[in-house]
Design a protein around this ligand. Structure first.
Ligand SMILES: Cc1ncc(COP(=O)(O)O)c(C=O)c1O
Length: 456
């Protein structure tokens, strides 16, 4: 199959989006009325017409996360190779629940994950699977860690345990863990917040104190989550110290590197992820800094037996065991029917090569430095410290809500608001697009300067 036409459409869309608006102004009612007036599904419509109409809706009524001036929540611009991958996956629709139904697809995923397993410094025999995203990967970590720490958990559940299991993370960790605590039956109170230092990194002394205290109270600490690139401020917890602490206390160490994990490919940045290889499990999303379309997360675990124990299942209706001892994905992960998630990453890695990825990632990190420097030159105060391209900033008297509303209304850029360490709101900008240039950043900072008068 030749991809010329698809690549042509992708390139055209890219340039249309770059020269168009970023933020829509629309109400739910407007879209609902539009849909109700056109789509009652009573009779068939021509595919060309419906396709064109949906494209118009997407153009008008979407924050364009692939715009070079979308400085948002880790949603990336997507590489053309990865779009080709996702298209092929939809066309062939392979079922990856079992190896036998999709040998090529399963092995392509295994090959890609094995390469990344090595990059992350995990042993070759580690378990790895594609997930729908970081939340599913984090859920996998909690379920596997529970299974390993409490052998009765799988059969008798939490009610079979004599003490309540607890999880340690900072207030800057991703809030998927609150939902996971709820969903797994641990309860949201099982999340024990650990203090942070002045740079919002986990305070290991506070962690140690809380673990001792909770054990004294009869709780059962089992898991510590260190974040490698927090959602709010891109902060990296002290991973080597966390690894050592967890080993000495027999606690599971999960590294949530959903966004920051891609930095492992960069010779310039990888030292900031030192210690990630001491984790028991890692979350790393392809649909963040690996710049492939949603939904593509990854879960890595150095204890394949614990993964097998957590997700084991026997049925008579699934194909029997595969020769060669290959474990079917439906017995080693949360999902059952499984899309060929990994193809978009495989194609992008093969097409760009490691060097292409290093260039993309380091370019974005450099653009983060450019943004920090430009903001500093015109009187903004950068309030977070990270080598990664997330920049949180403010200035005296700024009304963040008003400022962002004006930023959107004038189509200058998309940024968001965040409260770091529970403090006052600040503006958060992340370089999530490999297409963002220095000229984009200088233009945005100049335009923001003009907004200050109306928003302070
Ligand atoms: C650090 C971190 N972990 C987990 C997640 C959840 O990932 P997803 O949205 O892919 O489920 C995010 C999302 O931004 C994140 O920033």
């Amino acid at each position: 199959m030749a991809f010329d036409e698809l690549l042509h459409s992708i390139a055209k869309l890219e340039s249309d989006i770059a020269s168009g608006p970023i933020v829509p102004a629309v109400t739910p009612q407007e879209i609902r009325s539009y849909l109700a007036a056109r789509y009652d599904f009573a009779k068939p419509l021509a595919l060309d017409d419906v396709g064109a109409d949906v494209e118009r809706m997407l153009r008008r009524w979407q924050v364009h996360v692939t715009h070079p001036r979308y400085f948002g929540l880790f949603n990336p611009s997507v590489t053309p190779a990865s779009v080709v991958g996702d298209t092929l996956a939809a066309m062939y629709n392979p079922q990856l629940a079992t190896w036998r139904t999709s040998p090529a697809a399963n092995e392509i995923e295994r090959h890609s994950l094995a390469w990344l397993t090595g990059k992350l410094g995990f042993p070759a025999e580690s378990a790895a699977s594609f997930t729908s995203g970081g939340a599913e990967a984090n859920l996998s970590a909690v379920v596997v860690a529970l299974t390993r720490a409490f052998p009765g958990y799988g059969e008798r559940g939490l009610r079979g345990l004599s003490a309540s299991p607890t999880i340690y993370l900072t207030g800057e960790a991703h809030h998927s863990f609150s939902k996971i605590a709820h969903m797994t039956g641990l309860g949201r109170e099982a999340i024990r917040p650990v203090a942070t230092d002045a740079n919002l990194k986990m305070d290991i002394a506070d962690l140690a104190r809380r673990v001792v205290e909770d054990r004294r109270r009869g709780l059962a600490p089992f898991l510590v989550v260190g974040t490698a690139g927090t959602t709010g401020a891109g902060v990296i917890d002290p991973l080597p110290e966390l690894g050592r602490f967890c080993r000495s206390e027999a606690l599971w160490f999960h590294a949530d590197a959903a966004w920051g994990g891609a930095a492992i490919l960069s010779p310039r940045l990888r030292s900031c992820l030192a210690g990630v290889d001491s984790a028991d499990s890692i979350t790393c999303d392809a649909h963040k800094w690996f710049s492939v379309p949603m939904a593509a997360g990854m879960f890595f675990c150095r204890h394949p037996d614990a993964v097998g124990a957590a997700f084991r299942v026997e049925t008579s209706y699934m194909p029997g065991k595969t020769a060669g001892g290959v474990r079917d994905p439906y017995t080693t992960s949360v999902q059952w029917s499984r899309r060929f998630i990994g193809l978009k990453l495989f194609l992008a890695l093969a097409h760009h090569g490691e060097s292409g990825y290093v260039q993309m990632i380091e370019h974005q990190a450099r653009m983060g430095d450019v943004l920090r420097a430009s903001l500093g030159r015109v009187g903004w105060r950068v309030v977070n410290t990270t080598p990664l391209p997330v920049v949180c900033f403010t200035r005296d008297g700024l009304d963040t809500g008003k400022f962002l509303a004006a930023l959107y209304q004038r189509q200058i850029a998309w940024m968001s608001e965040v409260r770091l360490g529970g403090g006052a709101p600040v503006v958060r900008a992340c370089i999530t697009s490999f297409r963002t240039t220095e000229a984009d950043i200088e233009w945005v900072v100049r335009e923001m300067d003009r907004l200050i008068e109306v928003t302070t």
